[in-house]
Ligand binder design. Structure first.
Ligand SMILES: NC(=O)C1=CN([C@@H]2O[C@H](COP(=O)(O)OP(=O)(O)OC[C@H]3O[C@@H](n4cnc5c(N)ncnc54)[C@H](OP(=O)(O)O)[C@@H]3O)[C@@H](O)[C@H]2O)C=CC1
Ligand SMILES: O=C1CO[C@H](CO)[C@@H](O)[C@@H]1O
Length: 317
């Protein structure tokens, strides 16, 4: 197999800065060191994490080693982390960003996101129904002024909540990270973000097989439909001599959406960015579009009673 790093195309944020058109998702801790080494070797330069994943320290050590050994320059890396649910207050923003920067051993991140519009209490993890997203955003702006992050954005916000931020902000959000895959294509939200110059990042772009594992670990007997086993996806993959994962990730790229697939397996890590040497045609795109089914895997049900719960009223499938 070819082991040269893949050359990744890029998009431009509303700050004028470039962002790679695919990133590496890292939720979970076990095995990250080896996996992140594989990801950097494969050519990923956009790394997605969060305070909540509790893996920033390991990540910081790996990145520092790459930089010290002269294999990577900080400016070639696009580092993203997020304000945790339990820090979702104005005073949580400087506190948790500072902690992330220390853990990541860097002076700045490239993008800092509010992980969720709904907040949890710091002490006992219960719902904090006082969450004020506009007040939190104003603190996000200050972190950007201070140069601690090069851009700021949102995750898991719905359209109405983004509109509230747009209306009440000095600095506009650069990016929105939401669940997005063949079964949840988010057409309305993606169009809205395009109109407002907000780049969309697709989390769980492979349909999050890890969510099935997450449920299994909690003893929940839930079987979720598997995007990568869909017969239409598989047929299109066979037609292009690519894998199902490569087809759904390429679909994102052709929509101008940035996928952040997670894998801890070296072969699949490589496979997931090896998507810049083929093109889906109009018929493939039409067929993939027809798979949209409004199936949301990450419902954050524990936050369903929060005033800012983003998916209220949504018809659940
Ligand atoms: N903002 C938010 O609230 C959220 C953000 N995220 C971010 O998005 C990232 C991706 O989402 P995630 O939930 O991990 O789901 P993904 O859709 O990326 O799916 C990951 C799963 O798919 C498997 N997989 C990876 N590549 C392939 C392949 N080529 N063929 C077959 N199976 C494959 C992985 O297993 P294996 O490791 O064995 O390859 C893993 O079980 C997260 O890691 C996180 O960074 C995710 C959820 C919520
Ligand atoms: O960002 C995230 C939010 O929560 C999920 C679990 O509930 C994680 O798996 C995910 O990566």
């Amino acid at each position: 197999a070819d082991t040269k790093p893949v050359n990744i195309s890029s998009l431009t944020l509303n700050t004028g800065k470039k962002i790679p058109s695919i990133g590496y998702g890292t939720s979970g801790v076990n095995g990250l060191e080896a996996a992140l080494n594989s990801a950097l070797e494969a050519g990923y330069r956009y790394i997605d994490t969060s305070t909540y994943y509790r893996n920033e320290k390991v990540m910081g050590n790996v990145i520092k080693k790459w930089i010290t050994e002269g294999k990577l320059r900080r400016e070639d890396l696009f580092l993203l982390t997020k304000l945790p649910f339990f820090g979702n207050r104005p005073e949580g923003v400087p506190k948790y960003l500072k902690q992330s920067l220390e853990n990541l051993q860097t002076d700045y991140v490239d993008l800092y996101l509010i992980h969720s519009p709904a907040g949890l209490k710091e002490n006992d993890g219960g719902l904090d129904s006082t969450t004020d997203i506009v007040a939190i955003w104003k603190e996000m702006e200050k972190q950007m002024d201070a140069g601690l992050t090069k851009a700021i954005g949102l995750s898991n916000f719905n359209k109405t909540q983004i509109e509230r931020i747009l209306k009440n902000s000095r600095i506009k959000p650069s990016s929105l990270q939401v669940e997005l895959h063949a079964y949840l294509q988010q057409n309305e939200l993606v169009d809205f973000c395009k109109e407002n110059n907000i780049l969309v990042t697709a989390y769980a772009p492979l349909g999050s097989r890890s969510m099935t594992a997450y449920n299994a670990n909690r003893g929940n007997n839930v079987t979720l439909p598997d995007v990568l086993e869909n017969p239409i996806v598989k047929r299109i993959a066979a037609k292009h001599s690519k894998t199902a994962a490569q087809v759904v990730l390429r679909f994102d790229i052709q929509r101008g959406v940035i996928p952040i697939p997670r894998s801890y397996n070296t072969e699949r890590i490589r496979q997931n960015i090896d998507i810049f040497d083929f093109e889906l045609d109009d018929k493939d795109i039409e067929e993939l579009k027809s798979l949209d089914a409004g199936i949301r895997f990450f419902k954050f049900s524990e936050m369903a009673k929060h005033p800012e719960y983003p998916f209220r009223g949504e018809v659940q499938k």
